[in-house]
Ligand binder design. Structure first.
Ligand code: PLP
Length: 438
């Protein structure tokens, strides 16, 4: 199949989260994708170690999803969802609810993870007001959290660069992160750090529970380096939140749809939040879509018990877009038909062993692996944080392997269809490159 030509003029496009000047001096372009691979415009194959951007969980170019999108585009391109709807929106919501933890059955569609996060935060505020707790307006996030780029998401997020230029919502506070040096090279969930969940208790003591609406965490933090929750941490956070009437939000934009070997991290860890944020793997990333799934009591308080009229003044032109709904239903069908979540769970021990085999390679200071996601943390170069891992990313791309870099951590999160040989190839090549790297 022919691939697209490299464009002559790169000036007009402003790339997101990219060093634009450096990129345009040395562009890295992807032109085609199928299965476990991308191809560059000049036809070079790139093994996809990152499922695109943690999102193409069923692998690229799946015919079933493409066909569903084509068919829907030919039938009805768009339908407004304000006081109107279309049948596939209900099907998509019902299908998604079926794989959520028991008790979470009400789906609000968005178009991205960032929108899902801001929607969940708004639902939390609306819930507290609906039950007569309108003083609860404070939102709690966690250091080293990434919750997208909306003003809500950057405020509860724990990445200073995402906030520095833009500020923060008022009335936000943060738990400490769970990245402890004594947990380095833990296999599975780390032993130390469950007590860090007590930070929520400290914030209750500091601010008063009657000021706190919700706490949001990624069950496994992805974008800040694959941080696996210490044993007992999520359970303890759930218990403290419940005791103080604080809603618990899991941001599962990365951890959803099989990444940890189950439909959700909530299911994988056996901890049920009040709200779950999803995106990415929901449509296998073929059409942008996100969602918030709400627990029965949250929906009942806002919608069932709400006064007549619009219950939640929130929504997007493209909420439940027909093409996204078609892609979501086809994707969920594919996950079920191919048993991809169970497949990921089955491969997890091999994945973990392959990741931890890099332990003695040059520069490696920690390895974290869980489900089909791994972070290989490198010692930073003196005075140049992130430079070593970024150089590895560039070398890997040139050598035909896509990895993701966040700070000094190399993250791998392949499509769930990856073979054992491809997993070995990814870690093997990263290991060789580490040895060559200054
Ligand atoms: C945990 C988490 N939340 C939210 C987002 C934001 O999603 P989006 O880029 O679709 O807005 C991301 C993106 O990587 C994420 O990892």
């Amino acid at each position: 199949m022919p691939v697209a030509a490299t464009p002559n003029n790169l000036a007009a496009l402003w790339l997101p989260f990219t060093a634009n000047k450096a990129f345009k001096a040395h562009p890295r372009l992807l032109a085609r994708a199928e299965g476990m691979h991308y191809w560059t415009p000049d036809g070079r194959a790139i093994l996809d170690g990152t499922a695109g951007l943690w999102c193409v969980n069923a692998g690229h170019g799946r015919a079933e999803i493409t066909a569903a999108i084509h068919a829907q585009a030919a039938t009805m391109d768009f339908a407004p969802m304000f006081n109107l709807a279309h049948p596939l929106a209900f099907t998509a919501a019902e299908r998604l609810a079926l794989i959520m933890p028991p008790g979470l059955g009400h789906v609000f569609f968005t178009n991205s993870g960032s929108e899902a996060v801001d929607t969940a935060l708004k639902i939390a505020l609306a819930y507290q007001r609906a039950i007569g707790s309108g003083t609860r307006t404070r939102l709690i996030g966690r250091e080293r959290g990434y919750h997208g780029v909306g003003f809500g998401g950057i405020s509860v997020g724990g990445i200073v660069n995402n906030r520095r230029v833009f500020g923060s919502l008022p009335g936000v506070d943060h738990l400490r992160h769970t990245h402890l040096p004594e947990n380095a090279f833990s296999v599975g969930q780390p032993q130390h750090g469950a007590d860090l969940a007590d930070d929520l208790e400290r914030l209750v003591a500091l601010h008063g529970a009657e000021t706190i609406a919700a706490v949001i965490v990624e069950p496994v933090a992805g974008s800040t380096g694959v941080l696996v929750p210490p044993l007992g941490y999520l359970e303890r956070l759930r218990e403290i939140a419940t005791r103080h009437g604080i809603l618990l939000i899991f941001d599962e934009v990365i951890t959803g749809f099989g990444r940890l070997g189950a439909a959700t991290a909530a299911e994988r860890f056996g901890v049920t939040p009040d709200l779950i944020c999803l995106a990415k793997g929901l449509t296998n990333a073929a059409v942008p879509m996100g969602a918030v799934v709400a627990a029965e009591h949250v929906h009942a308080a806002i919608v069932d018990a709400g006064p007549a009229g619009i219950e939640l003044f929130h929504g997007y032109t493209y909420s439940a877009h027909p093409l996204a709904c078609a892609a979501a239903v086809a994707t969920l069908d594919l996950y079920a038909a191919e048993g991809l979540f169970a497949r990921a769970a089955g491969f997890a021990p091999h994945w973990s062993a392959a990741a931890h085999a890099l332990r003695d390679r040059r520069h490696v200071v920690d390895i974290r692996a869980f489900g089909l996601v791994a972070g290989i943390e490198l010692a930073p170069r003196d005075g140049a944080p992130g430079a070593r891992a970024t150089e590895l990313f560039h070398r890997a791309f040139d050598a035909g392997l896509l990895v993701r870099v966040t700070g000094d951590t190399i993250a791998l999160s392949p499509p769930l269809i990856a073979s054992e040989a491809q997993i070995d190839e990814m870690f093997g090549r990263v290991g060789e490159m580490l040895d060559e790297l200054a």
